[in-house]
Design a protein around this ligand. Sequence first.
Ligand SMILES: [Zn+2]
Length: 342
Amino acid sequence: MVDRYWITFFVLLSCLVGVLDASAGDADPLYRACVGQCKKTGCVGETCFPHCKFSSDGASLDGPWYMQEPLYLQWKQWDCLSDCRYNCMLNREKEMASLGHGPVKYHGKWPFKRLYGFQEPVSVALSALNLVMHFHGWLSFFILMYYKLPLGLDKKRYYAFTSLWHIYGLLSMNAWFWSAVFHSRDVDLTEKLDYSSAIALLGYSLILAILRSFNVRIEAARVMVSAPLLAFITTHILYLNNYQMDYGWNMKVCLVMAVSQLLIWAIWAGVTHHPSRWKLWVVVVGGGLAMLLEIYDFPPYQGFVDAHALWHATTIPLTYIWWSFIKDDAEFSTAKLLKKMK
Ligand SMILES: [Zn+2]
């Protein structure tokens, strides 16, 4: 059983590495020439962009002095580059389509159509819905813990994982917030924030999977398990942000963390007598299938819905079931402890 997991895992890994290497669009010399020209003139064909007005030394031509601060200039240059890339991409895609060629990726992303300035409107909306689902789940967990379940002596809660799930809720909402921002506008800063929050969430939920499934309650044991993982996650985030944004390496790290926690929950669901273990199964199987969408990455339908957007859609019902499992777990563990004490 475990062997089969590892084989699947390595097949998935090699597929992902293959997919990530291919970004044919921005290697195209015609596209490169168009972007290079646009950065100089601020125009693609007839369309010109106000963000692209720089003087030869790189300072802004118009606007008061306080608008010429470096940070503002950086934003402006990002916006200029992003507009140039977007319009060159649309032009190239139109030409390619008229020659009968399908869409290709640019800078690791499919050609999306913008809507009201949003780069990937469907992914933005779905990220926001994920955020809402996590808020709803976390809030109902909060109400259960603080208003419904009984407290023990010296006001201690019977459920030993309460604060760990609170942190999980906060990290989830943070990650989906930055995901929505990143899909609205893909620039260096938003990309780093999105990646860092997603890695933090993924790493933390791996720690949580280990602590809960092995029922680690002793503080010292918890520290021993989580310290090396926390150190690795922190180093990984710092490496991506300050040294090199290595997409291939990051994908491997994320995949290993995701597959190992799915495995941990799957094995636990297989051996435990937890009354809500079927919810675990739904999330593990659903999460595994959803990961396939990231691997069989198809171009956006009508320029809007791609595999990644669908992946964000599948996590919405899974989030609902997941929080419902967490609440069941809190109730079940409390009831079990109370029964033992009687
Ligand atoms: Zn996303």
